[in-house]
Structures are given as C-alpha cells and as structure tokens.
Design a protein around this ligand. Sequence first.
Ligand code: NAP
Length: 250
Amino acid sequence: MKNKIVCITGASSGIGWATAMAFANHGARLILCGRRKNKLEELQQLLNTECKQLIFDVRNRKAVFQAFESLPKDWEQIDILINNAGNAHGLDPVQTANIDDWDAMIDGNVKGLMYVTKAVLPQMVSAKRGQIINLGSISGREVYPNGSVYCSSKFAVDAFTNGLRIDLNPVGIRVGAIHPGLVETEFSNVRFKGDQERAAKVYQGIEALTPEDVADAILYMANAPEKVTIADLVILPTRQANSYVNNRLT
Ligand code: NAP
C-alpha cells in the first residue's frame, strides 16, 4: 500500500473515515472526498500521510468532473478508488414516501457513484492498472419493508459493479464490491433526518459492525495480490442473518 494513491468518497464520516485511517496507517497517499470540508480538515489532522481534499456533491455531474480535473499531475494516477459516498433517506412505503428522498438516493448512491467512476477511469484505463471497490449493501441483496428505493439503489450498485468488471476485464482493472449489514455510523441519523432516538433504535441489541470492521475488510480486498480480485464480499454482524432478520439482545 506504500505510496499508492487511494481515493475515498464519503471520507468525512463513518466507513469512509475509518477506511481513510486504515489506508493511511498502511502508508497510502489519500484523496479525501466529501461535501463537509470541516470534517475532512478534522480527518486530515489525524492522518500521518500526504492528503488532497476534493469537496463536491457526487450528484453534481459537472462538479465531480471538475474536481478530478483539478488534481495536480502527481495525484492523477489513482491506484484505488473506493466509491463509498451514499446514504439512505427516509424509511417509508412507496405510497407515502417523499420523492425528494428517492431523488437523493438514486442521484447520490447510483448516478453519483457512476460519475465518480467515469471521472477516475481514463487514467486507470491508459495505465492498464487500478482497482475499484464499491460500497454496496446487504440491502442490495434482499429488500426489506419500507426500504424499496434505498434497496433499489444498492441493487443498482451491485449490477453496475458486475458490469464494470466485465467492461474492464480486457484492461486488467480489478473491480469488486463490499456489502455490509448494519454498521453504526451517521447513516441512520441521516436516514431519519436527525431523529437521534429513532436512529439509536436501529442498532439496539444488535452489536452492529463498526466502521473499522468494514475498513479492515476493504483493506483486505485492496491488499490481495494483483492476480486476485475479491469480487464480492458480504459482511454482517453475527446477530444479523440478512437484511431483515436480526437476533437482538433483549
Ligand atoms: P455516513 O456515516 O452517513 O457517511 C456517509 C458519507 O457519504 C459521508 O461522508 C457523506 O459526506 C458522504 N455523502 C453522502 N451523500 C453525499 C453526496 N451527495 N455527495 C458527496 N458525499 C456524500 O454513512 P456510512 O454508514 O459510513 O455509509 C457509507 C456507505 O456505506 C454508503 O454508501 C452506505 O449506503 C453504505 N452502507 C452503510 C451501511 C450502514 O449500516 N451504515 C450498511 C451498508 C452499506 P458529506 O455529508 O460530507 O458529503
């Protein structure tokens, strides 16, 4: 990992933050992406490695491309892209759900991930090397009640990942996805629009994964030998069987 350039979207919180810490500890140079500059500044202070920050909203196609075009020459050749930015917005049946929430999820989790991939790919393709790791979810494997659009967005990430691996096969770029179950981060706070009590209930009695657990698994995917692609990795808390069956401590 020493001196590799690793780009992490959604580095300002949760899984992205922990992944930045893990890769920095292994000597990678980091491109930290997010909308909240203050959080990225805070993170960078903790990292003992060279960093660049790119502040953009993944939903803004123009801003995504401009951000990557702004990288200086010695930061252009990204070795590993970790497409992590994303969130759930709302937990409602289709008939009462807010369409703005749907837009936020489809535009961010799906189109945003695609834009970032497209912006980073030219350098990887011309160098015929690189690795892309996408954050899917167990929600991209089985739908759960009231999560139809978030689940759709993660099913799309899964399909895009598999298609991308086929397209990039001739150029030798490794593509995989990691699909976590419940991870305790800001995720539920965002989903429930700041209702912390409701957010806390999601993780009650479940011994959820920590962002560090997921970061370790991402590092494992990245550290596999060049000839090995970890294409698909599902990681769950032991108390979680799938996206809707949990054995909660009472
Ligand atoms: P989190 O703590 O809320 O972090 C989400 C990150 O994504 C933040 O850094 C946020 O940065 C960034 N982000 C969100 N929307 C963005 C946008 N439109 N433009 C740019 N950046 C954006 O949640 P997390 O749990 O770490 O989630 C990270 C990824 O893991 C997501 O893709 C999520 O779907 C996936 N995941 C989470 C869980 C879970 O249980 N937590 C389970 C499976 C999969 P800014 O707000 O600074 O932009």
